[in-house]
Design a binder for this molecule. Structure first.
Ligand code: SF4
Length: 429
């Protein structure tokens, strides 16, 4: 067994210069409100108030309902017919709702006003509302706003918009501050703890996570901040952090052994960790990960896979499934192709990979049926119809809700893909 998988792009640089098939037609994706489901669990003293319709309330409740064990930290301020008809002052109504909420829930330290399609249609200015309410309730509560609307978005953009809205409130780093590593993107607590242990073993001790678990744990930002993206869908957040002077480290994403090794190595190189110390720190988890991948590899090797665009995780997942699981990539669809953030990933994909950006769902369904893949990764709306046609599907959203990053989750990640194939085989038997 090798201790490491060599991180070497193919001589052709894989898909670095790929010209994707760009489609702008009907899309089948969830809206950015969906991000509230994992964000409210991460920032434990934040509250998400959606300013939207009953449809928005139903979406959030049905997506999160089964996970509620205590009073939820999200709700919807319903825009009703009177607001839409201009008969009521929506700002007055919103102030009333916020004042009642904060009086009843003193544990809230950070309140997000989350815009939706209806609030955008009636042009409700939530940024002014957030400033007004912040002035009223600070310093106990900060009020921020972002849009989770489904107009021209896919569901992971909700997290990007949320994190980007927090950046202007982060303090400035003192000019003489030591270099600090900022890991950007929501990770499960257990994954954060594993990464923290690895960084400590490498001797990198100035590490912070964004978003933080507590609203008042605000990372200072400045030229000595080194950014490492934990999620590939954070284009706006990275841009505003770079605008505050932070430096973005180029890395693939921490999925599978290869991605996690290269991601950690980007941090190790930025903090001048000796190669021997880096290798010693990761040796044991890499060995565990190799062992955990072997069973799923037997089931996945040689199987073909087709990705519909949904979570924006598609390209890192395709890289993992192709290089570590031996799967054949038929089409890798992504809602948006961020070439700079995905540069290291694209270089690792087979140069023959067919990549598409955006969606024209009927045309894509035709291509998928023609190719008859062994597995399809898609949104919930497409999964059931495709299953009824005999295809094996994997819900893209499950890959965002489940801890899949890091060495100790590599086996779980592979199993997420192996399980539907095993189930299909059993049904056919
Ligand atoms: S924000 Fe728009 S797409 Fe999302 S649930 Fe509300 S109405 Fe639907």
């Amino acid at each position: 067994m090798n201790a490491f998988i060599p991180i070497q792009p193919a001589p052709s640089q894989g898909c670095t210069d790929v010209v994707p098939l760009v489609e702008r037609g009907q899309r089948e994706v969830f809206c950015g409100l969906t991000g509230i489901i994992w964000l409210h669990r991460k920032i434990q003293d934040a509250f998400f108030l959606v300013v939207g319709s009953r449809t928005c309330a139903h979406l959030i409740q049905s997506a999160a309902g089964v996970m509620i064990f205590a009073e939820p930290r999200f709700a919807t301020a319903i825009i009703d017919e009177r607001d839409l008809a201009g008969l009521a002052d929506a700002n007055d109504e919103l102030d009333k709702v916020v004042n009642q909420l904060l009086a009843r829930r003193p544990e809230i330290k950070l309140l997000f006003l989350v815009g939706s399609c209806p609030s955008e249609v009636i042009k409700l200015d939530l940024s002014r509302a957030a400033s007004r309410l912040s002035a009223l309730h600070s310093p106990q509560v900060r009020v921020l706003n972002y849009s989770g609307s489904g107009i021209e978005t896919t569901f992971t953009q909700g997290e990007d918009a949320c994190l980007a809205s927090m950046v202007p409130t982060l303090p400035a780093q003192p000019a003489d501050a030591a270099a600090e590593l900022l890991l950007v993107g929501t990770l499960a607590d257990v994954v954060e703890d594993q990464f923290m242990r690895l960084f400590t073993e490498m001797g990198i001790d100035r590490v912070r996570f964004f978003p933080p678990r507590r609203a008042d744990d605000q990372a200072p930002i400045g030229p000595n901040t080194r950014l490492l993206l934990a999620q590939p869908f954070l284009g706006d957040t990275a841009r505003v952090l770079q605008g505050r002077g932070a430096t973005l480290l180029s890395a693939p994403f921490p999925l599978g052994i290869e991605g996690t090794t290269a991601w950690l190595k980007a941090a190790a190189d930025a903090f001048e960790v000796a190669p021997e110390r880096f290798e010693a720190a990761i040796a044991a988890p890499v060995a565990r990960a190799h062992a955990s991948l072997s069973r799923a590899r037997t089931q996945l090797e040689g199987k073909s896979i087709f990705f519909f665009p949904d979570s924006q995780l598609e390209i890192p997942l395709a890289r993992f499934l192709s290089r570590e699981m031996g799967m054949t990539l038929l089409e890798v669809g992504t809602p948006y192709l961020h070439r700079q953030h995905l540069a290291r990933e694209l270089a690792l994909l087979p140069s023959t990979t067919s990549i598409s950006e955006g969606q024209d769902v009927e045309k894509q369904l035709d291509r998928c049926r023609r190719m008859a893949p062994d597995m399809v990764v898609c949104g919930l709306g497409l999964a059931n119809p495709l299953e009824s046609e005999g295809m094996t599907t994997k819900w893209a959203i499950e890959l965002v809700f489940t801890p899949i990053q890091g060495f100790d989750q590599a086996g779980d990640l592979a199993e997420l893909f192996a399980r539907p194939l095993v189930r299909r085989t059993r049904l056919a038997a």
